[in-house]
Design a protein around this ligand. Sequence first.
Ligand SMILES: *[C@@H]1O[C@H](CO)[C@@H](O)[C@H](O)[C@H]1NC(C)=O
Ligand SMILES: *[C@@H]1O[C@H](CO)[C@@H](O)[C@H](O)[C@H]1NC(C)=O
Ligand SMILES: *[C@@H]1O[C@H](CO)[C@@H](O)[C@H](O)[C@H]1NC(C)=O
Ligand SMILES: *[C@@H]1O[C@H](CO)[C@@H](O)[C@H](O)[C@H]1NC(C)=O
Ligand SMILES: *[C@@H]1O[C@H](CO)[C@@H](O)[C@H](O)[C@H]1NC(C)=O
Ligand SMILES: *[C@@H]1O[C@H](CO)[C@@H](O)[C@H](O)[C@H]1NC(C)=O
Ligand SMILES: *[C@@H]1O[C@H](CO)[C@@H](O)[C@H](O)[C@H]1NC(C)=O
Ligand SMILES: *[C@@H]1O[C@H](CO)[C@@H](O)[C@H](O)[C@H]1NC(C)=O
Ligand SMILES: *[C@@H]1O[C@H](CO)[C@@H](O)[C@H](O)[C@H]1NC(C)=O
Ligand SMILES: *[C@@H]1O[C@H](CO)[C@@H](O)[C@H](O)[C@H]1NC(C)=O
Ligand SMILES: *[C@@H]1O[C@H](CO)[C@@H](O)[C@H](O)[C@H]1NC(C)=O
Ligand SMILES: *[C@@H]1O[C@H](CO)[C@@H](O)[C@H](O)[C@H]1NC(C)=O
Ligand SMILES: [Cu+2]
Length: 663
Amino acid sequence: MGFFKACIDFVVAVIASPLFSYGDPYGGSQITLHISDPVHAPSPVAQGHGLYPTIDPRSCRYPKLEAQGYKLCNDEDKTCWLRRENRYDNPWLSQWDITTDYETFTPTGVTREYYLTVDKTTLSPDGQPKIGGVTFNGTYPGPAIEACWGDQIIVRVRNNYCDNGTTVHWHGIRQFGSNEMDGVNGVTQCPIPCHSEYVYNFTAAQYGHTWYHSHYSLQYPDGVAGPLVIHGPTSSDWDIDLGPVMIADWVHDTAFDAFNCEAYSCAQGESPPRSDSIVVNGIGRWRAGLHSNFTGNYFNATFTPGKRHLLRLINASAASSFVFSIDNHTMTVVASDLVAVEPYQTDSILVGIGQRYTVIVEADQKPSLYWMRTAPAQSCNSFRGNDTTHVFNNTEETAAIIKYKGAPHPDGLPPASSVKQQKVTYECRDESEDPKRLKPVVPWYVDQHPVNNVTEDTFTAGLENASNIHLYPEKPYAHWVLASSLKFSNPLWVNFSNPTILDPDVSPDFSSIVRVDESNGFVYLIVDGTFAAGPIPGIIPINTSHPIHLHGSDFVVLAQNRSTWDPLESPKYFKWNNPARRDVAMLPAGGYLALAFKPDNPGAWLMHCHIAWHASSGLALQLVIRPKDIPEINGPLEPVEKLCEEWRAWTSTDPVVQTDSGI
Ligand SMILES: *[C@@H]1O[C@H](CO)[C@@H](O)[C@H](O)[C@H]1NC(C)=O
Ligand SMILES: *[C@@H]1O[C@H](CO)[C@@H](O)[C@H](O)[C@H]1NC(C)=O
Ligand SMILES: *[C@@H]1O[C@H](CO)[C@@H](O)[C@H](O)[C@H]1NC(C)=O
Ligand SMILES: *[C@@H]1O[C@H](CO)[C@@H](O)[C@H](O)[C@H]1NC(C)=O
Ligand SMILES: *[C@@H]1O[C@H](CO)[C@@H](O)[C@H](O)[C@H]1NC(C)=O
Ligand SMILES: *[C@@H]1O[C@H](CO)[C@@H](O)[C@H](O)[C@H]1NC(C)=O
Ligand SMILES: *[C@@H]1O[C@H](CO)[C@@H](O)[C@H](O)[C@H]1NC(C)=O
Ligand SMILES: *[C@@H]1O[C@H](CO)[C@@H](O)[C@H](O)[C@H]1NC(C)=O
Ligand SMILES: *[C@@H]1O[C@H](CO)[C@@H](O)[C@H](O)[C@H]1NC(C)=O
Ligand SMILES: *[C@@H]1O[C@H](CO)[C@@H](O)[C@H](O)[C@H]1NC(C)=O
Ligand SMILES: *[C@@H]1O[C@H](CO)[C@@H](O)[C@H](O)[C@H]1NC(C)=O
Ligand SMILES: *[C@@H]1O[C@H](CO)[C@@H](O)[C@H](O)[C@H]1NC(C)=O
Ligand SMILES: [Cu+2]
């Protein structure tokens, strides 16, 4: 009984133990954890960047559970988290570990409070100043937000950037019962106006790592993004957590200028907008052309010989996928997005936009320097240069350096004996396309009979025929869309002032709402790039890949195929038995993506392509799940209403001009 109470009790203790100290709002750090014995952590300075984890998992606290005899068990076994000493009295459900169904049983941790300020900042991660950078707290990436599995995370976000509103989306966080914390303007809240604040407050029910970013229009590629780490069990052992490795393509133009190019007129050969450099944790190198010298720097990480290092990869790109590898080293993949998987070994991994992988790399080679390669994947990148031979004009795949402690010549560059792993492939192939990979540790068995009508929920990813722009004359460019001749064929275009969550029963024009009223079973959605359902007037099929991201729920990948969608034949080859599960998957060029999710989280949830330019163009839809249950499951929405009043007041005197979908 005691266990059940602990597990389903979502109320979280705000503890006032001497371990924690609270600072002033916007002045100093909010919660100071005094880690007495930081054996996992070489000094943050050694990393060259402040992304190193500051929470030692052994300092995670569960006051309520500890009072019942639970103790942390992660130090002895990385698959374990909390275990009750007298567990033999109650062997069933007596511990939290890697096999625990985290969506049902969340341990009750403590509250951790953070403050973030959005403001403009001149950034030069690759040595080239970008005027018009926008950041959290003045840095790119923004500060790491950290918590332990089951903690309550409170982030007070202030907007001091008066050119725009802002929001923060916690990518991949399920937000069960907290739809209004999902951070999508026009869907779950109004934007935070200049000089206002919004408090995000959500439970870290999942564990692993992810990132947070602004969902306001085109803001995030300009720097408004940072890592979010939730400490929990892992499916394989490791010794040292090296922290987030955030890889992004960097564009010197502001995103608003770049989008203008995507939407209207790029220079010859510049469509879609081109990325300039690759930055790893905000450090990268750029050159003006093939024969110019580089500006900027390499990102460095330190390996301790003989130890196993945990790396938390994040693809925070606007438009490019990367192939990640470390010379002379193999890696063990233990999680994709926020889902622990059965460990498997590989030489390289393709990280699509928005996707994350947790990998473990053993420092089992000669103490030396080695290249960490972050190569743009062939045919799903946006760099200038030769995609086939992998020679890029302004950037190189050798973007960062792994330095062994004790390596000779640590201040030089990796020697010629740092050799690229042989099986590195540059193909734009999602890991989930290989059925032997990405087996979730906590399995889902998908019902073979969806609760919805799949014919009606098949959407084509395509581009508006430019001759058809009378569809939305104020926005006269060809939009990327998710379209269906049965439901809607317009691009998504949100109304900042009127978020769906406040009025989920109406479907205004351009809201692209798919409504689900079922509460059990699985909803299937087909994202088709092949026009299998026949032509849709005004929409042109374009053979390109799109990383599709769903809010509010993980989805399983039933099929991800490079052939024409066939409503009768294709489902015969679906994978129902514990398929890959995550929150971003690639729609392969010239194929289809079949996904399924549980309609168990009432709310208004966005589904969109994570290429910034495509999302801004309108390649998105909203899933409104059980609108009647939103008030009961979600609780009061006064904070959203208050924020909307502030937004309307601000924009009534100083209207913003919405030049894109808004997301
Ligand atoms: C952001 O900056 C404010 C003001 O300097 C500071 O109080 C706060 O702790 C910073 N937030 C994080 C997450 O570091
Ligand atoms: C956001 O700010 C940028 C930079 O000043 C501006 O170009 C853009 O129009 C603004 N957009 C919105 C929707 O506020
Ligand atoms: C955050 O949410 C929890 C759980 O709903 C609630 O108890 C707490 O009061 C909230 N805190 C703030 C600062 O809103
Ligand atoms: C490039 O760097 C080399 C070596 O440091 C130097 O000799 C050369 O002058 C530089 N070229 C330019 C164009 O700056
Ligand atoms: C990020 O994702 C994009 C789009 O899927 C992809 O083109 C790019 O290679 C990814 N970057 C990395 C570093 O994986
Ligand atoms: C850069 O790449 C483009 C496209 O491949 C090519 O046309 C151009 O000549 C290259 N520029 C330089 C300076 O190498
Ligand atoms: C890229 O390299 C291949 C092989 O060298 C060559 O055939 C092709 O013409 C090159 N393409 C461009 C755009 O330079
Ligand atoms: C990383 O190492 C290289 C080579 O040792 C050095 O030149 C560079 O300054 C280092 N970068 C950082 C950010 O410390
Ligand atoms: C890396 O591996 C290659 C063989 O693939 C080997 O020749 C080289 O010596 C190794 N480098 C180091 C530093 O051990
Ligand atoms: C599913 O929807 C299609 C198109 O609206 C319709 O023709 C078909 O009868 C529906 N199937 C079922 C089982 O309701
Ligand atoms: C685009 O629309 C024009 C005018 O209606 C039509 O002639 C053309 O065939 C369309 N193109 C495609 C690819 O559908
Ligand atoms: C957006 O919502 C506001 C508030 O409900 C409404 O007044 C306005 O007409 C809407 N704008 C559009 C373009 O529908
Ligand atoms: Cu796309």
